[in-house]
Design a protein around this ligand. Structure first.
Ligand SMILES: [Zn+2]
Length: 284
């Protein structure tokens, strides 16, 4: 058994029509979230790990039973934007309103404050770094929205790959006064290259040994790896649209592999929620 330091499992609770490449194409938003969420929760319970579920606000509003089930199973509820809009199309006032609105929903179910955020489409970069100030002002403890590698859709080359306190002047830099902790998406650094190992598309695309090595490397340095999956990736019946070759590949490639790969990683490494990790290990 390779179990060492606990890692963090993050489940982005969004429906099949929320991902960026599907959003622009979808004509009829027929909900599928109840089915795919139940499948995801059952799988994670079978894997016997704790997780953080970052939930899209409009889903939480329409389906409070989803928040109830997450809470009953002792997982953490965090925030994934009210409508899954990337921060690029918002401003500080819109995010602040969304955070306040979501907090009321979560408090009504758990009695506790939501303390964590994951920006849709990893949209936190130097254009949207005002979000860090909003989250801290609203009492958030952590964020996990920085993708430390530039891709066609998102990401920042040169951002730290370990937890840190990002400056809102330049999110690649540490700010000693910042209390909010940033947990960047998982990267496997090798030979001066950065290989994305965040989960999602990358978990479907790349062989498992990349994730083994990425997690071991983080744990060797006493840091947690943050792995992300989506309910629509854990559901064989997820509705699909024709998106063209590249966008279809990114969105749907190898969906059937996610369950097997998640089971394998959770059998060999320990995973917990962001909240549990911070309670256990703290962060200076
Ligand atoms: Zn998302």
């Amino acid at each position: 058994m390779l179990k060492t330091l606990q890692n963090i499992l993050c489940v982005d609770v969004e429906d099949w029509y929320h991902p960026e490449y599907v959003k622009g194409k979808v004509k009829s938003k027929i909900e599928h979230i109840t089915l795919s969420f139940n499948k995801a929760l059952n799988l994670i319970e079978a894997c016997n790990v704790d997780a953080t579920f970052v939930v899209v606000g409009e889903i939480a509003e329409r389906h409070p039973e989803i928040l109830e089930k997450i809470n009953e199973n002792q997982h953490e509820i965090a925030f994934h934007g009210y409508y899954h809009d990337p921060l690029w199309v918002m401003d500080a006032d819109v995010l602040r309103d969304e955070v306040k609105r979501y907090d009321l929903l979560v408090r009504s179910i758990t009695g506790e404050k939501c303390i964590g955020f994951r920006a849709p489409s990893y949209s936190l970069d130097n254009r949207t770094s005002w979000a860090l100030d909003v989250l801290e002002e609203q009492g958030y403890i952590y964020d996990s929205s920085i993708f430390p590698l530039k891709t066609p859709l998102y990401g920042i080359s040169g951002a730290p790959i370990i937890p840190y306190h990002p400056s809102s002047r330049d999110v690649t830099e540490q700010d000693e006064r910042r209390r909010l902790i940033e947990f960047p998406a998982l990267i496997y650094p090798i030979f001066g290259l950065r290989i994305p190992a965040a989960g999602g598309f990358y978990l479907r695309l790349l062989p498992l040994y990349i994730f083994d090595r990425a997690i071991r490397k983080m744990n060797k340095n006493d840091f947690p790896a943050v792995l992300t999956v989506h309910p629509w990736e854990l559901d064989d019946d997820t509705p699909r649209l024709a998106l063209g070759p590249v966008k279809s590949f990114v969105t749907y490639y190898n969906l059937k592999a996610t369950k097997r790969k998640l089971k394998s990683l959770t059998s060999r490494f320990e995973f917990t929620s962001f909240r549990n990790w911070i309670d256990e290990y703290g962060f200076v």
